[in-house]
Design a protein around this ligand. Structure first.
Ligand code: HEC
Length: 391
């Protein structure tokens, strides 16, 4: 029952996370596109930086952007912040119920580093916080020098990826790269963008001239968030694709995903501005090249295929040792009341039925047994692979 309630909790939190996440990314895409489409030629009211005409849902909209701020504070001001805060809160909740409560299944791989659950959780929390402070420090240090700032944030994320792949399981490390970037993005809104806007509103209310620097910093951080959205989305679904984190230097895959996602976002933003293709077209072959490199890096390596094929009873003994506490009609593992993904591995017929998937998950990507709590060796994986190929 408790496992069942836990599953529902997990599902509802995940649903909420997707809903608010879509809301947040939607506003990020919309406002950056709006910003870029602002027309500065049109006759404008005083203080207006640019205007835009848009048509949607059966009506026409005329939007004006004031920089630094309108002369008087309007009575109803809509703040865009809750979608960002709630995305982080629901995401951290998911991290807790999936990766902290079941740390030894999802977060830890004893073959990578034999951590106790509390140690893994401490590394997780500390790294997310430290990551934000370093990122914030880099932004303050470089100010509006975009190129060195972008390069150093890229390196910071790579450093985090190297650290995570050295301490966590494959899926644990990739989800943490996503959480690391997501934390930076949400804290950008919570610590920098919204407080800056509040100061400007306060200055307006006191009849003072609002300071432009707060608006500029907010713009810079929200542009960072915009460029990070696409890589972070891929990181969040990466646990479903264990081949991404199977390479011994999987941080290279993270680097390539950052490049592909960032460049693709750049192309979309330039299209929104209406720039000619010649100006940003260079980004397309670069993104394609990075994607091909990612496919190449993650391609399965040829395994040593020599040696005797083990007997049927040996292979059943192997799955009894490493798999059936979870993949049985009645699992005995404390975290599962039903076989995960309905995959049962109790009979030879089961093994033949799922042979393709077992090959991918256990022999190639080493994603199974989950968390490798039973210390399955590479030799056992090769033996299993040879048996599967022979049948
Ligand atoms: C601690 C529990 C646990 C153990 C032990 C375990 N698995 Fe799994 N297995 C899971 C979970 C959870 C999933 C679902 C993963 C997901 O949702 O991404 C899964 C999924 C799978 C899948 C389906 C993947 C898909 O894409 O549909 C296969 C195949 C599989 N495991 C094979 C194995 C084999 C072979 C072993 C033993 C060598 C094993 N597992 C040991 C928990 C376990």
């Amino acid at each position: 029952m408790d496992v069942f309630i836990g599953e529902w909790g997990n599902l509802l939190l995940r649903w909420a996370h997707m809903i608010v996440g879509i809301g947040w990314i939607g506003t990020s895409f919309y406002f950056i596109a709006l910003d870029y489409s602002l027309n500065q030629q049109e006759r404008k009211s005083p203080g207006v930086f640019g205007t835009a005409w848009q048509v949607h849902g059966g009506g026409f909209y005329h939007v004006e952007k004031f920089t630094v701020a309108p002369p008087n504070l309007p009575p109803h001001l809509h703040w865009f912040k809750w979608e960002a805060y709630l995305t982080w809160v629901t995401g951290f909740g998911l991290l807790i119920i999936q990766y902290y409560f079941h740390a030894s299944a999802y977060l830890i791989d004893p073959a990578v580093m034999p951590l106790e659950p509390w140690q893994a959780i401490a590394i997780s929390i500390a790294s997310l916080l430290v990551g934000w402070f370093i990122y914030d420090g880099l932004c303050r240090f470089f100010g509006d020098r975009t190129v060195p700032l972008a390069a150093s944030v890229f390196l910071l994320i790579l450093l985090a990826a190297v650290l995570y792949t050295k301490v966590f399981s494959g899926r644990g490390s990739f989800i943490h790269v996503g959480a690391f970037i997501g934390t930076i993005m949400a804290f950008n809104v919570f610590v920098t963008i919204i407080p800056g806007q509040r100061i400007m509103v306060g200055q307006l209310l006191r009849g003072e001239e609002p300071e432009a620097k707060y608006g500029k910093v907010a713009k810079q951080r929200s542009l960072h968030n915009n460029y990070l959205t696409l890589p972070v989305l891929l990181m969040m679904v990466s646990p479903h694709y264990p081949f991404l984190s199977a390479h011994p230097h999987a941080w290279m895959v993270v680097a390539l995903i950052l490049i592909v996602g960032g460049l693709f976002r750049h192309i979309l933003n330039r299209i929104d501005i209406g720039e000619p293709w010649e100006k940003y077209g260079w980004a397309a072959p670069m993104a394609a090249f990075a994607l091909i490199c990612a496919i190449f890096v993650t391609a399965p390596r040829q395994m040593a295929d020599t040696g005797p094929v083990i007997s049927d009873s040996e292979v059943l003994a192997m799955t009894a040792k490493h798999c059936t506490m979870c993949h049985a009609r009645r699992p005995t593992h404390e975290s599962f009341k039903e076989p995960p993904k309905n995959v049962t591995l109790e009979t030879l017929a089961d093994l033949k039925r799922y042979s393709q998937l077992i090959m991918i998950q256990t022999v190639r990507n080493k994603a199974m047994p989950l968390g490798n709590q039973t210390h399955m060796t590479d030799e056992e994986r090769e033996q299993l692979g040879r048996w599967l190929r022979a049948h």
